[in-house]
Unconditional design. Sequence first.
Length: 428
Amino acid sequence: MDSILLLAGLIGLILAGAPIALAMIILPTIYILITDAAPLLTVPHQMYEALAKFPLVAIPFFMLTGELMNSSTVTERILRLSSAIVGRMRGGLAQVNVVASMFFAGMNGSAVADTATIGTIMIPQMKRRGYGADFAAAITAIGSTIGGIIPPSIAMIILASGANLSVGALFAGGVLPGLAIGGLLMLACWFIARIRGYERGEEAFSIAGLLKALKDAVFALIVPLVLVAGILGGWFSSVEAGAITAAVALAVGCLVYRSISLRGLFGAFDRTLRMSASVFVIIAAAGPFTWLLTRIGTLAQLESWLTSLAGSPLIFAMALLGLILVAGMLMDATANIIVLGPMLVATSEAAGFEPVQAAMVVVVGFLLGIVTPPVGVCYFTASAIAGAPLERVAIQLVPFLAIELLVLILMLAIAPFTLALPRVLGFI
């Protein structure tokens, strides 16, 4: 009964317009005031405990890396490189949108930043070239989920810190699923473009054009190369990787491209501060909310229910995916990963799945929530940039969501899909 009241209270606060972080703080506070079950200081104490995890320090560094890259001419260079690679294909601008998302995924690890950066440039271009505003918004939003899958990934850092997993193992585990999602999205764009008669790039593909675009973007690509080589090669931790890539991004923007002004630099720091604060507020608020779920037995009940299904891997997998998708539509992805992620990884391990495999399913599954109503921040952001009705964007998202759901199923059914690279690199 307590769990039902808690869920009703959470949904009520969200529908009333309360930020998810505020809702997660209000509910345990009210519970303590009514029941006197614990000192009121439990709320700030749990907020502190949620933040007191060293791997979380990497988050602002990766955000700063993305902002520094966006403040220079990197965005335009990456888009030109993406266009040189796939722009000639049917639905060229949609293909460029997806490929650019895959490049940016290796720079900032933030799906929201990906949507805002690529969306503001690509969506207007796509509309001018005859793409529907709703389709342009949909492919931009779904493409941004790759930013939370291909390393670096802020979502993976958060889950690794809560579930006591290796950040490097999760980063390695996200490479193949991220590339698979990108490739399947491009294939879907090709089919849709053929059916609807969307454009094909005017310039024919040429090796010379590709090499020129690659030369212009080579220093921009140093950032993800340093990151991937450093972490996956075991040379430095995720926190060290964040600091180093931020320093490399600063050097590229200020010394190589010389395109970051002093004002632009302060702007990058300001945006990083604001975005980091928004993430850390949710992380902190999830502390007392998780305490409340544990106190009233909600997490134990969910764990017991999932564990009871462990005897049948198929039924367990269906229940796990169903729970992840429903929770993703009710709460922010970051909150879900903090509150439910560790429990879901533990129950999946009890059902016979590898921890890294389960963690990847949890991350990718909850990332779907950022492109679905009613709390899909990337869904709303892309729709606002495109000026498209939300319901029409939702319809355009359906085939793309089906693709990511297919990849989720493959991740559960084929363990090497997520475990092969971590094993080759010695993380597991």
